[in-house]
Write a protein that binds this ligand. Structure first.
Ligand SMILES: [Fe+2]
Length: 381
């Protein structure tokens, strides 16, 4: 990932509409923005035993993260070395070794080729010398990240400005809550991210969050992470779920007092976010499928807490955010449609829109065509 060293003449402008649907731009973006970016696959607690695995599909690649006999999680290309067949199906499972369903080529949990039927008939094939391609993996506070192409900073380096804020939440000890949400949306992936880091719309378009936070919604852009936060107000909301959440949310003893009623959001460049609540931690990714299709993947994690009020708070949190998601879905669809208008020009960004500014600046630095008002002639569909 390039560092931004030059002044950006468009720093007060948003991004042009054509890059939210253009296939050529999408292909360039996959190479320069998405392949080098860190993606959450799962948490260590999702694969506790040797042979437990999670697969992850991203921009045409299939990755498997699997726990080895030595306890170490590793990431491999989920593609057989023989004929290129996909090896492991399904998002998650357990195996003693990896056997290709096509010709039964077999790999151990460390990715070594250990079995080939009639292997003496393959000239110069030596078992043990071949290995599934390794994919770079980093465990950050218990979450397993992988990236297809290397070279940029580590997750820990990118998250460093917020590490002290995340520390009290004990990410390492989180357990899967069993709630995995996959939502396919007919929009460009950047539109989901733009909306996620948009602080200006909260008081306009999210009445529930406005009732919960009042007018105080914080936003801050660090180099790689956008931070947003709101503190629950004391005044009871007029909405039943919100009022119940306000009153039932129990004290979480391990959190400092100023975080016990705080909802905070950390969006990691370019398409991953952690929603950090006193009662749970969700990660969210917007996974590009095509220039105009995105899969939103959201998985919830919690620390064990058997209190009835905590159980209720987790349910109410889901109810409240289900409504927020419905509101955002409508807004993002509205923007996706409008961006395709022949008259849409990049709009001005306020001084306070620090997160959209940061995203646009970084994207223009990586793909200079993102400054053009219209697609270059030979990039047109
Ligand atoms: Fe929103």
């Amino acid at each position: 990932m390039n560092e931004i060293t030059v002044a950006d003449p468009d720093e007060h402008l948003g991004l042009p509409g054509w890059i939210y649907s253009n296939p050529r731009f999408f292909a360039v973006e996959c190479e320069r923005v998405l392949a080098p970016s860190w993606q959450v696959v799962c948490h260590l607690s999702d694969i506790p035993r040797a042979g437990d695995f999670h697969t992850f599909e991203f921009i045409g690649e299939s990755i498997v993260v699997i726990r080895g006999r030595d306890g170490v999680p590793r990431a491999f290309s989920n593609v057989c070395l023989h004929r290129g067949a996909r090896l492991i199906d399904g998002p998650t499972g357990q195996c003693g070794r990896i056997v290709c369903p096509y010709h039964a080529w077999t790999y151990d949990l460390e990715g070594r080729l250990i079995g080939v039927p009639s292997h003496e008939t393959y000239r110069a094939l030596r078992l043990g010398e071949h290995h599934l391609p390794s994919i770079e993996l980093e465990v950050f506070k218990g979450f397993i990240f992988a990236r297809l192409a290397g070279g940029g900073p580590s997750v820990a380096e990118m998250m460093a400005p917020c590490a002290h804020e995340l520390e009290p939440y004990r990410f390492e000890a989180l357990q899967p809550f069993g709630r995995v949400t996959l939502r396919l949306r007919p929009v460009n992936w950047k539109n989901i991210g733009d909306n996620y880091s948009d602080g200006l719309h909260i008081c306009v378009a999210h009445p529930g969050l406005s009732r919960l936070f009042g007018r105080d919604y914080g936003i801050e852009a660090t180099r790689w992470v956008d931070k947003m936060w709101g503190k629950l107000v004391d005044e009871p909301s007029g909405n039943l779920s919100e009022r119940a959440y306000q009153s039932l949310l129990p004290d979480v003893g391990y959190l400092p007092s100023d975080r016990r009623r705080l909802w905070s959001y950390f969006r990691l460049w370019p398409n991953t976010a952690f929603d950090v609540y006193p009662d749970q931690v969700d990660f969210m990714q917007w996974i590009p499928i095509s220039p105009t299709e995105t899969l939103i993947r959201e998985v919830a994690y919690v620390l064990p807490d058997t209190r009835r009020e905590m159980k209720a708070a987790r349910y109410l949190n889901w109810r409240i955010n289900r409504q927020v998601n419905a509101e955002d879905t409508a807004l993002v669809a509205r923007v996706q449609q409008g961006m395709a208008s022949r008259w849409f020009e990049p709009g001005p960004l306020s001084e306070t829109e620090v997160c959209p500014r940061g995203f646009a600046r970084r994207l223009r630095a990586l793909i200079p065509e993102a400054s053009l008002r219209h697609a270059p002639a030979d990039w047109s569909v």
